[in-house]
Design a protein around this ligand. Structure first.
Ligand SMILES: [Zn+2]
Length: 196
């Protein structure tokens, strides 16, 4: 027997011992309980995911959207630019449609599927304002907290005023803290957007 074969047989022997040990563990009540709990946890997680999907779908379909231009993509100097639009209330935005579905996160996939099902779903009040969507949603949230019963038209007015104030304010960190955003929240001003 070559030394390699000897080594090989030794490994098999070692593994067999371990396999026996694993088998005996599987019979233990603690391990049985562990496996059962793992299975239950997985089951509940799947239910949680599917419920999350339904909650999001319901939110997107029932929302009377207020839309901002949430991002500019492509190269507008060569005529290939495109604008993404997003809702400041529910966060639905059509940026996801410019990606391959496989590249998206689970939450983005839900948006993607919703929009693909009905491409006209992203209809609502067009503010024509260009604003980072995270910032826009944070402003909307704050307005809603202060004036819970406000109508959409007034919301848009307050939104525009608040955004203007924020953009002219030099106390960036204070605002970021108040809106619970990263300090780079104001990085995209949308200055070079054509509001056509
Ligand atoms: Zn919406």
């Amino acid at each position: 027997m070559s030394s390699l074969e000897k080594e090989y047989n030794k490994l098999i022997e070692q593994r067999n011992k371990i396999i026996e040990e694993i088998k005996s563990f599987k019979e233990s009540e603690t391990v049985k309980k562990y496996l059962e709990l793992t299975r239950l946890n997985e089951e509940l997680y799947n239910q949680q995911l599917s419920l999350y999907k339904r909650i999001k779908e319901e939110k997107y379909t029932s929302c009377k959207h207020i839309l901002v231009i949430s991002e500019i993509g492509g190269d507008r100097y060569h005529g290939h630019s495109h604008k993404s639009r997003g809702c400041i209330k529910c966060g639905l935005n059509d940026k996801v449609l410019s990606f391959n579905r496989n590249e998206l996160s689970p939450s983005e996939k839900i948006m993607y599927d919703c929009l693909k099902k009905d491409l006209h779903r992203l209809r609502g009040i067009e503010t024509k304002v260009a604003c980072d969507l995270t910032l826009a949603c944070a402003i909307y949230k704050e307005i809603k907290e202060t004036y819970p019963n406000i109508d959409d038209e007034t919301t848009v007015e307050y939104f525009n005023t608040t955004l203007k104030t924020i953009r002219n304010n030099s106390h960036k960190d204070e605002i970021a803290k108040r809106l619970k955003l990263d300090s780079n929240y104001n990085v995209w001003y949308g200055r070079d957007v054509y509001n056509d």
